[in-house]
Design a protein around this ligand. Structure first.
Ligand SMILES: [Zn+2]
Length: 362
């Protein structure tokens, strides 16, 4: 059944409510920010642009929490576990429990992909899911004097929440805005905790540490991508010796590392493309690359500790191109040449698989 997409007024009202949550809500831990980011990400990967509601298993939120806090569980300043420094505090009282859940996984497993495949995963996922349920899930929409139940409510499906009509569409439309707002408040929250003052020091790239791409993981993608691309730059096709790992769907649009989203390119090609979406010939090659070398990309991603989700990555691409099309955006061809985006992306990406069900609970 078709449900109408949110009207312009409804979109503005939605943003107003998000703003109220962030400015009037009470924050004793960083969980509410993480929950907002997780909801926005899941809406992109599983929702649709019409107004239909979306059922999300609470365990999918638990999984997102493990992903979002994965990097936060190591001492600040290093990105490597045993290098001194302290883990940033993310709670006004005792340290946020999600960090010890993540630590229990990190210690034996090292990377997220090893963790997922390990015997520790089920327990950690159960704990993270319970934590989401007990802590932020039913508090996020509660302000001091009122409840703004505009995002979700309990779903008739057990252990699910239901994003109400129009919510997934709004989260998809405003993904960048919602995520940036939540992340900047998250960052300010961490900076505001006195316990973090001595950990942070005067100059620090806190934002990069909390929300950036994991450098070590990117470096691990270089060799396998060079192999897959037969030593050529993904964009210009010329020989490549030392390439840069590029987010095909730019990081500025979807700030998550997904293995299938990476290509290897000249530093100059990468910089020229910058935050623009690649033009359709590139998109076509990218789809073909992921179809032909799915196994190689998967194992490279696992080895680098990335999230490996081929179909999810294509849904992210479809979302990004749809969004760009609605804004009449240009796409990048080569060097300084851009061209308007035409409707061809739809047939390249196939039917967007918006109805793909979320993985059901653990
Ligand atoms: Zn190139």
């Amino acid at each position: 059944m078709k449900t109408p997409a949110p009207t312009a007024d409804e979109q503005i009202a939605f943003l107003g409510q998000i703003e109220r949550l962030l400015s009037e809500g009470q924050f004793v831990a960083s969980y509410k920010y993480a929950l907002l980011v997780a909801l926005a990400d899941l809406a992109v990967r599983h929702g649709s642009d019409d107004g239909r509601s979306l059922d999300i298993p609470v365990s999918a939120l638990g999984e997102s929490f493990i992903e979002l806090y994965w990097r936060h569980a190591v001492p600040y300043g290093s990105g490597i576990s045993d290098s001194g420094g302290s883990v940033l505090v993310q709670n006004t009282g005792r340290q946020a429990a999600i960090l010890s859940v993540v630590n229990e996984l990190r210690r034996p497993c090292g990377t997220l992909s090893v963790a997922r495949a390990s015997s520790h995963w089920t327990t950690a996922l159960r704990e993270a899911t319970r934590l989401v349920e007990d802590m932020p899930l039913w508090k996020l929409q509660r302000l001091r004097g009122e409840t703004l139940q505009f995002l979700y409510s309990a779903s008739p499906m057990p252990d699910h929440i239901r994003l109400g009509p129009g919510v997934a569409a709004n989260l998809r439309r405003f993904h960048g805005l919602v995520v940036r707002l939540a992340q900047s408040e998250w960052l300010r929250f961490i900076q505001s905790l006195p316990a973090n003052a001595s950990i942070l020091g005067p100059t620090s790239d806190l934002e990069g540490f909390l929300f950036g791409s994991e450098r070590n993981s990117l470096l691990k993608m270089v060799e396998p991508l060079l192999d897959v691309q037969h030593g050529h730059c993904f964009y210009c096709g010329r020989d490549l010796r030392a390439g840069e790992v590029d987010h095909f769907i730019p990081w500025s649009r979807y700030p998550r590392d997904l293995a299938h989203n990476f290509v290897l390119a000249h530093g100059s090609c990468n910089r020229k493309k910058s935050n623009t979406l690649a033009a359709l010939p590139h998109l076509e090659r990218w789809m073909q690359r992921n179809a032909d070398y799915d196994d190689a990309v998967r194992s490279a991603g696992v080895n680098a500790g990335m999230v490996v989700d081929g179909p999810g990555t294509i849904r992210v691409a479809a979302w990004a191109y749809e969004h760009a099309a609605s804004l009449h955006a240009e796409t990048w061809l080569d060097s300084d040449r851009v061209e308007p985006l035409n409707d061809g992306w739809r047939s390249i990406l196939g039917r967007p698989h918006n109805e793909t069900p979320l993985p059901s609970s653990a």
